[in-house]
Write a new protein. Structure first.
Length: 354
């Protein structure tokens, strides 16, 4: 990319890279040497910097701590066999970033600023990108309100930051999931489509209960009647029924996933029928009972393609076919990784080379 921002770069005196065990990476716990920061004040963005990763100071009255004006994105950079580094579909993340900003009454970020901040930081930290299969450099852009003001009103100042961390696979096994019918993740007219912190904070308690019951993830349903599938805890959810790929439509309660869009695009290019619509719980359970539900999986940036091995609904468990025998899922997972790692042609132009 051509640099257009005046980014001040302050490098660390000594890198932590040599201390990292890349064969034992816990997701989101190992951070690279640097981070990007920018500030919003008087109606404009400025003070673009890359500085050593570390703590930041703020007022205890900072409005994001009290009123939740904060959200984030997640995307990944990959190292190709020839040493090239690319970021997967950052333009889609930029689009969703600004959708979240608008819903949270926060300033949007120029797409060029979003892309350049990420590309510049990734280029600086490219030595941190793991070489192991199914590993990547996870990128976390986020924004939060910074006014020291205890009043229920949108902040006038904000900070935008980008963190990066080397990661391995988010899930190490096929998933045993439960369809949640008591608690809700999001409601109509709310902000479930935005990647704001409150969505995740409110989901932690029911997710904890699910883990205690032996489930790896919850499948969320609509808040009104719990009759329709919405998404999985860490990803969008997809079902293969009678040879059709079926997934809930994105709406104000469902995240517009980048991996979701990529999966649907590939399926359509392969001639597989795709249906984006309201998906009822009863339909999924009936398909599981009669063997027509041949595959179910989560699709997300962190999760990748995460296969489901069993679904529990109303205390009844339904085992699904072994995902290892699913021609579609295996092809899908391999193709996405091959595109990201540059092993096959990027026909859709999804990789941003840095």
């Amino acid at each position: 990319m051509t640099d257009t921002l005046d980014i001040k770069i302050t490098k660390v005196n000594q890198s932590k890279l040599s201390t990292v065990n890349f064969d034992n990476l816990q997701f989101g716990k190992t951070f690279t040497d640097h981070m990007f920061t920018a500030d919003y004040a008087d109606g404009q963005w400025g003070n673009f910097q890359i500085v050593p990763y570390g703590d930041i100071t703020f007022s205890p009255a900072m409005s994001s701590l009290h009123y939740g004006q904060t959200f984030f994105e997640g995307l990944k950079a990959f190292k190709h066999e020839n040493g090239t580094v690319s970021i997967f579909r950052p333009d889609k993340n930029a689009e969703r970033f600004n959708q979240s900003a608008e819903r949270m009454c926060m300033p949007t970020l120029p797409v060029e600023l979003f892309l350049e901040s990420i590309a510049t930081l990734v280029n600086l930290e490219k030595s941190w990108i793991p070489n192991q299969e199914n590993s990547a450099l996870y990128i976390r852009p986020f924004m939060f309100a910074t006014d020291p003001f205890l009043g229920v009103a949108p902040s006038q100042t904000y900070k935008y930051m980008v963190l990066t961390c080397p990661v391995g696979a988010y899930f190490s096994k096929n998933l045993n999931v439960k369809i949640e019918t008591e608690y809700s993740r999001a409601s109509d007219g709310g902000y479930g489509f935005a990647k704001c912190a409150g969505n995740y904070g409110g989901a932690m308690y029911p997710s904890m209960l699910g883990l205690q019951q032996g489930f790896d993830q919850l499948i969320w349903t609509d808040a009104k009647d719990h009759q329709y599938i919405e998404e999985m805890g860490a990803a969008n959810i997809m079902f293969l029924i009678d040879g059709k790929l079926i997934t809930p439509t994105t709406r104000d309660t469902v995240l517009k996933g980048v991996t979701r869009d990529s999966v649907l695009t590939l399926a359509q290019q392969w001639g597989i029928p795709v249906e984006e619509r309201r998906v009822s719980v009863s339909e999924i359970i009936e398909a599981a009972k009669n063997g027509k539900l041949t595959d179910a999986f989560g699709a997300g940036t962190a999760a990748g393609v995460a296969s489901v091995i069993a679904i529990t609904y109303s205390h009844q468990k339904y085992d699904l076919p072994n995902p290892e025998n699913s021609e579609f899922t295996q092809k899908l997972s391999k193709t996405l990784l091959d595109i990201k790692y540059g092993r096959i042609a990027d026909k859709n132009g999804w990789n941003l080379v840095v």
